[in-house]
Design a protein around this ligand. Sequence first.
Ligand code: SAM
Length: 239
Amino acid sequence: MNLALLFDEDFVAPDRAVLRGRRLAHLQSVIKVTAGDTVPVGRAGGQMGVGEVVRLTDTEAELKVTLDQSPPSPLPLTLVLAMPRPKMFRRILQTCAALGVKDLWLINSYKVEKSFWQTPWLSEEQLRENLTLGLEQAKDTLMPRVQIRKLFKPFVEDELPALLANKQALVAHPGTNTPCPVHLNQPTVLCVGPEGGFTAYEVGKLEEAGCQSVHLGPRILRVETAVPVLVSRLFDACL
Ligand code: SAM
């Protein structure tokens, strides 16, 4: 936690916030704060700054908060991700939030197992918690928006074309002819497949919608590795 993300419910006055639970435990056991110390904070959806610890007990830390810095710029990226297996999903969510992805679409694909959609990590509360961990890691305050589409074909035929308007559109697919561009730095929609990859039919549908297939070389990367590699190739903000 390189920044404590503060939500409306944490504020007890316009410039005072009270931390409990995970964030308090981190302040106490990792940062080892004492009264009078300052720690980096940010208001969810707003400015970043510092919080001075004005009261510290076993159950609460009260911070006097000064918020005067903007969070880092969001990536101009819409990431369309085939729903990962639950074991990886949590980490991928945190990574996406840490990289500055603000627009995340979780879609179905032939090789996404039905059971993946049952994971508790998809609950509103768990999505917010894991995205918060990513934002706190990277020092950011802008919560990504997550959209869920459990049917591939209606999404690709009815919604994707509008998402692609005035954007570069890519699907990462091993074995295609075109290398993934570098330093693109433009509004982009990027589709990333499931553990078993998109099927030829699915790649065809994504291409029909306007996506160009690109590769990252001969090494097949796990989704959790492919996402940061793709993002850092496409956007200088990650250099
Ligand atoms: N056997 C699958 C295949 O050949 O598509 C491997 C899928 S890979 C584990 C999961 C996803 O990560 C892929 O669908 C793709 O979106 C992305 N990916 C991983 N390595 C890649 C590479 N070398 N080039 C392009 N995309 C890659």
